[in-house]
Design a protein around this ligand. Structure first.
Ligand SMILES: NC(=O)c1ccc[n+]([C@@H]2O[C@H](COP(=O)([O-])OP(=O)(O)OC[C@H]3O[C@@H](n4cnc5c(N)ncnc54)[C@H](O)[C@@H]3O)[C@@H](O)[C@H]2O)c1
Ligand SMILES: [Zn+2]
Length: 369
């Protein structure tokens, strides 16, 4: 089966996202077709290496490419750190890379963000290729060129914009993903429907449960529609001076919840985003912009697929005031104003800067904080 191609049009930084089953085993032929890539250094984590590293290395070698891999990095968010970045850069330099040496990020968003950042600074920038293996990385982090590591001041505060040369989203990788990881990515999929595609939201209502249970064609379709949506928004606003902020729907609320739970196992990013999307819709209903029926539809859909919709589902005591103050510390704060994405109904998101801390606190309180 031929993969689906989504083109991201960004002038000289344009690239293709290929989506479909079996792509990792055919990585070599896709990479060999790229101009200017002579050597490859493949970087992955300890969970992904035993499943896919050999497959990718064999395919690259079979296509006549000079490829080597580094010892797998520890799996998990902690790997997006200065310490790991330094060790990675030194390990890459040890291999004596040249400008035509591409880094390959084989793994989830953690590997993609770290390797993308390393690629943007080593030798003042080398090409990189994304081979995302989680639903979240296939529908979100591998597309759009944002790279980052975390600081003790917060997540993703140190990074760059560095677009990949190619994204290979092998949908077979989604089969062994733990359900919680799958659902985290699914929250971002639903987000695209909420932003500007009411018909995709309706499709998810019909097919989401089957997708979660393993329907491979539904998964492929959802990855494709999500990548098309993200590509469209990134093409319109690559560096987030305007419209790209729509992709933060649910994220200002969500980041506050993640901070309150200490970025711990209590709540992962996708779960926080799902809750944040419901909160954004709730605030929109309170402002008379969306209907109670729409709020009910979203709650029902998340409940049916296994995502959270109320803070009482998390074994943690939240304070509405503290959460609202965390919203102020979000990266997206401009001139001290809170930026929120609200909805004039499902599929009609817009950016606003007139939300006060008190209004945010009232919304958190509605959810049991
Ligand atoms: N750059 C962006 O635009 C952007 C957007 C959204 C999120 N992110 C970042 O992405 C990161 C989260 O990404 P993630 O959810 O992919 O996390 P992750 O990379 O930690 O992967 C989740 C877990 O799944 C494992 N895994 C990966 N592929 C697997 C597979 N096929 N089967 C079984 N297990 C597998 C990983 O080893 C890890 O333990 C966060 O750091 C977030 O900040 C970046
Ligand atoms: Zn997100």
């Amino acid at each position: 089966m031929n993969p689906t191609t989504v083109h991201v049009a960004l002038d000289a930084r344009s690239y293709d996202i290929l989506i479909g089953p079996g792509l990792l085993a055919r990585a070599g032929e896709q990479v060999a077709a790229l101009k200017g890539v002579r050597r490859l250094i493949v970087i992955t984590d300890t969970h992904v290496a035993p499943r896919y590293l050999e497959r990718v290395m064999n395919s690259l070698s079979a296509a006549g490419l000079q490829a080597e891999s580094l010892p797998p990095l520890p799996a998990g968010e902690g790997t997006k750190s200065f310490a790991q970045l330094e060790a990675l850069l030194e390990a890459i330099l040890e291999k004596q890379p040249e400008r035509g040496t591409a880094l390959v990020a084989l793994g989830g968003g953690v590997i993609g963000d770290l390797v993308g950042f390393a690629a943007s600074i080593v030798l003042r920038g080398v090409p990189f290729i994304q081979m995302p293996t989680t639903l979240l990385s296939q529908v979100d982090s591998s597309v759009g060129g944002k790279t980052a590591i975390n600081s003790r001041h917060g997540k993703n505060l140190i990074g760059s914009f560095h677009q990949p040369l190619l994204v290979l989203a092998d949908t077979d990788c989604l089969a062994p993903l733990p359900r919680r990881e799958l659902l985290a990515g699914y929250a971002e999929v639903v987000k695209y429907g909420l932003i500007d595609q009411p018909e995709f939201f309706a499709w998810l209502e019909a097919h989401g449960p089957a997708l979660i249970e393993g329907d491979a064609e539904a998964r492929r379709h959802a990855v494709e529609i999500s990548c098309r949506a993200k590509a469209r928004i990134v093409e319109a606003d690559e560096k987030e001076s305007g419209k790209r902020a729509l992709l933060n729907l649910g994220h200002t609320f969500g980041h506050a919840l993640e901070k309150a739970t200490g970025y711990s196992d209590l709540l992962n990013h996708g779960e926080a985003v799902a809750l944040g999307c419901v909160m954004a819709l709730q605030m929109s209903v309170a402002r008379g912009l969306a209907t109670r029926e729409e709020l009910h539809r979203l709650r029902h859909h998340f409940t049916e697929t296994g995502l959270l919709t109320h803070l009482s589902q998390i074994p943690h005591r939240f304070s509405a005031e503290a959460l609202a103050s965390y919203c102020k510390q979000d990266k997206k704060v401009k001139d001290g104003k809170l930026t929120f994405i609200l909805l004039r109904g499902i599929g009609h998101a817009f950016i606003t800067q007139d939300v006060t801390e008190a209004e945010a606190a009232a919304t958190f309180a509605e959810f049991g904080a």
